[in-house]
Design a protein around this ligand. Structure first.
Ligand SMILES: *Cc1c(COP(=O)(O)O)cnc(C)c1O
Length: 402
């Protein structure tokens, strides 16, 4: 009889977005007129279309696929075309990180790489995840039967958990700028994590999906801006938020050649070789038109157009942050991130605040409790709406809470 992976039974029910949808549906059915005014400030997906140069590149590459002379089948390596790995490497250079093209592998997005990367690690590791966190870090480890422990991100530390030297972790997940809290590590804070990882022979999985939203100079765009990181960190990034690729699918993961650990026989193993083997066996690359589209993101014109879209979202984040400032509501994020993570007023819990915004002013956000225990009492608003709706939603919030 086939045996199932019973670790799945240990996963928390994925009830956050289901519960949100359920409550919106119930409210809308009972109040059809009010429901017409709903504004969704909970979306974690981009809303602006792809940049024109990106689409042009994708169309041109699609045409190449129609001609016998230029058609492309499987890519030789599956690591990504050289043109794109070179473009990503140059992009890293533009913010001071030295990442050679050979250390970069192109993927279909950050979520799959975040989930698949644990294939290269053995069982029995102590895995440290910040709480609150993006769910894939915990879930992928639970599915593999690993022991997950948490580093608390709280109001006291500005929702930027720091290492506790009395705790010994083997694998560490960090996300900066953070989803859901919008907080971002400074270079000094990241250095502390790098030093901790090096001291413990641990490996950091660094999710940089929101690097393009960074506006402050002391917030590194990559963990490789921090000294020592190449000996302890894998970086996973994505074009989803940078360039609106959530429906196009392209990302990249860096495993530096300097990142070496000993196996049980004492033999030194390059983690990049394990990742190459894992991907070589289980992944066949990203489509050619998408890789050409991704290449265009990193062209000067692509950067200009993508930055215009990000600036649009950043303006929304400012509109939300300004409303919070006026209401004297505590929050993190909004400066280096499309997320504003706010403290529910009057000691309300996340779900009570959710219900209040939904039923009183028809504004939908995301209860922080869905991202971990430290999220309770907190709430996430996102900048991925329009200026008009964001402004309207904040006017309603102000009239409700002022
Ligand atoms: C959106 C997001 C990603 C990107 O995932 P893709 O699979 O590349 O779309 C990665 N990490 C976090 C924390 C995110 O919020």
């Amino acid at each position: 009889m086939v045996k199932l992976n019973e670790n799945f039974g240990s996963l928390k029910k994925n009830y956050l977005f289901i519960e949100i949808a359920k409550r919106i549906k119930a409210y809308s059915e009972a109040n059809p007129e009010e429901a017409k005014k709903l504004i969704r400030m909970g979306i974690g997906d981009v809303t602006l279309p792809l940049a024109p140069v990106v689409v042009e590149a994708m169309v041109k590459a699609s045409r190449e696929m129609c001609e016998k002379e230029t058609f492309r089948g499987y890519e030789d390596s599956g690591a990504g075309y050289d043109f794109l790995r070179k473009a990503v490497s140059d992009y890293y250079k533009s913010f001071g990180a030295d990442v050679p093209a050979e250390e970069i592998r192109i993927s279909d997005g950050a979520k799959s790489d975040c989930g698949n990367i644990i294939n290269i690690f053995g069982s029995g590791n102590t895995v440290l995840v910040t709480d609150p966190a993006y769910p894939v870090y915990v879930d992928s480890n639970i599915m593999n039967g690993n022991n997950v422990i948490f580093a608390d991100s709280t109001e006291e530390n500005g929702f930027a958990a720091m290492p506790d030297k009395s705790v010994k972790a083997d694998l560490i997940y960090l996300c900066s700028p953070n989803n859901p809290t919008g907080s971002a590590y400074t270079k000094e804070q990241l250095k502390e994590w790098v030093d901790y990882a090096l001291a413990n022979d641990a490996v950091i999985i660094y999710d940089a999906a929101y690097e393009a939203f960074i506006t402050e100079d002391n917030i590194p765009r990559s963990i490789y801006c921090v000294e020592g990181s190449k000996k302890c960190a894998i970086e996973i990034c994505s074009l989803s938020k940078t360039a609106g690729f959530t429906g196009t699918r392209c990302g990249y993961t860096v495993v530096p050649f300097e990142l070496v650990r000993k196996d049980s026989k004492g033999e030194e193993i390059r983690l990049a070789d394990l990742w190459a083997r894992r991907q070589g066996s289980c992944f066949n690359g990203v489509s050619y038109p998408v890789q050409r589209a991704a290449e265009a993101v990193f062209s000067p014109e692509g950067q200009k157009q993508c930055k215009e879209n990000i600036a649009y979202y950043q303006e929304n984040a400012r509109i939300i942050a300004k409303a919070m400032d006026e209401l004297k509501i505590k929050y993190t994020g909004g400066v280096n991130s499309p997320y504003i993570w706010l403290k529910c007023p009057n000691g309300m819990d996340s779900w009570a605040f959710f219900d209040m915004l939904l039923t009183k002013i028809q504004v939908v956000g995301t209860p922080g409790a869905g991202f971990g225990k430290n999220g309770d009492g907190w709430f996430r608003l996102t900048a991925f709406s329009t200026h008009e709706l964001t402004t309207e939603a904040m006017e309603r919030v102000k009239s409700l809470l002022a």
